[in-house]
Design a protein around this ligand. Structure first.
Ligand code: ZN
Ligand code: ZN
Length: 430
């Protein structure tokens, strides 16, 4: 069969696990702003089985699995599959927005996935091209505990530690900072212009933004905020010691409330911090039509895209449950939590992931009873040339250079388990 010849070659460093990881991928072969059209029948299906740690990469519209010792030209790394003896973990390979791992909330007969998700502070969701991050929510009068909770920041606007150094503020010239008003360096400026107080910057920023009062919410709207001197874009939020600092002065309303940061994949669009009073609302609607509580003006967002249910629990605490509302492109959740990324043979949930224009299911399965040999087969497609990594000059930087396929009609063969005599664990013989 194909490339495998008589000689077996097995990478000694690969740890084989007692289960197999079965991956089913659907590749949408058009670039479409990283939206996946579920109704299209133009997605190719591809299946891969592994029983060792690997990185899933995309090469010429194919998905292949590479060990740490392998390399392919023009690969785009999608997903890391880490196989331990007892469990398997998935993780994203890129922080870039279009290559992150998103879990899809949807309720479709053809694509099964999570129906709902309990939102936590810091969670980021994506509706069409719009991204929303839950910066804060508060239903309890005692807010102190919540403020202590660590919040993960939107890594696109990368978190940067606010530096507490004995330096001078470029605006007020004072040299002292505090935990609530730190002196920090928000841009590339150096020397006497390097540091600024959070509060001093907030006052300056306040003149650059638009504030829009609506019925029960306030929107703080900004278009590209940049340092006047070095022209570097300023982030709307910074994280310091687990707390999110907003460079806009935001007035927190009375409890209960929630605060969202809303940005778009389209960088020319304005960004919004939306502060909402919830009053006694039990449902928050997100979508494109005017009667939505969070209104997103983008054609990629469905008219009534998603719903957040506010549920009071027995202990009088509240939880927020996010649900998709039969939207066209699904409601996506940035997959960071173990709940979404960790798999065990005994405990598995069905999550449909999206990475760029690829959808993926992952499942762990027991190895077949009739299957006595130690290894599962995995073979790279014939047309893809795999190189051992050790031969690559370590100085060389690998720049993925993905070219759009010229042929939209590409089809994919389903991977079959190979003959046991063919066995090759992902090491190409040269
Ligand atoms: Zn100052
Ligand atoms: Zn600057």
């Amino acid at each position: 069969m194909g490339i495998c010849t008589s000689k077996k070659k097995v990478d000694e460093n690969i740890q084989i696990v007692p289960y197999k990881v079965c991956i089913t991928a659907f590749i949408w072969n058009k670039e479409s702003h990283n939206l996946f059209d579920f109704e299209s029948n133009q997605a190719a299906k591809k299946e891969i089985e592994l029983d060792f740690s690997a990185t899933l990469s995309m090469v010429d519209n194919q998905i292949i699995a590479l060990t740490d010792n392998e390399y392919v030209n023009k690969q785009i790394q999608l997903l890391r599959v880490d196989c331990q003896q007892e469990y398997m973990m998935l993780s994203g390979m890129s922080q870039k927005s279009d290559q992150r791992v998103w879990a899809i909330l949807c309720n479709r007969p053809d694509f099964e996935s999570l129906n709902e998700w309990e939102l936590q502070k810091g969670d980021m969701i994506k509706l069409g091209r719009m991204k929303l991050q839950l910066l804060d929510f508060n239903y309890e009068i005692d807010a102190l505990q919540q403020q202590k909770e660590q919040v993960e920041n939107d890594d696109e606007l990368q978190s940067k530690d606010l530096e507490l150094e004995a330096s001078q503020c470029r605006i007020c010239f004072s040299k002292s900072g505090s935990l609530s008003n730190p002196l920090f360096s928000p841009c590339k400026c150096i020397g006497s212009m390097k540091y600024v107080h959070l509060n001093c910057l907030q006052i300056w920023i306040q003149q650059q933004i638009k504030i829009k009062n609506q019925q029960s919410s306030i929107q703080y709207i900004w278009k590209k905020m940049e340092c006047e001197i070095c022209k570097m874009s300023l982030q709307s939020t910074y994280t310091y010691q687990g707390q999110i600092f907003c460079i806009m002065q935001i007035q927190k309303p009375v409890v209960p409330y929630m605060i969202w940061k809303i940005t778009s994949d389209d960088k020319s669009k304005e960004g919004i911090i939306q502060v909402m009073e919830l009053l006694d609302k039990s449902e928050i609607k997100i979508g494109r039509v005017p009667d939505c509580d969070i209104k997103l003006k983008d054609i990629s967002v469905s008219r009534s895209h998603a719903i957040i249910k506010v549920i009071k629990q027995e202990d009088n605490k509240y939880k927020l449950i996010l649900q998709d509302n039969n939207s066209k492109f699904g409601t996506l959740l940035y997959a960071q939590s173990d709940k979404l990324l960790r798999y065990e043979l005994q405990y598995q949930q069905k999550v449909l992931y999206q990475i760029g224009r690829v959808l993926l299911y992952v499942q762990l399965k027991e190895k077949g009873k009739s299957y006595n040999k130690q290894f599962t087969c995995y073979r790279h497609p014939n047309q893809i040339q795999v190189f051992p990594k050790k031969t690559i000059n370590e100085q060389a930087t690998i720049v993925p250079n993905f070219e759009k396929d010229k042929d939209n009609q590409l089809s994919f063969q389903t991977h079959n388990e190979l003959n046991q005599d063919d066995i090759v664990i992902n090491v190409k013989q040269i």
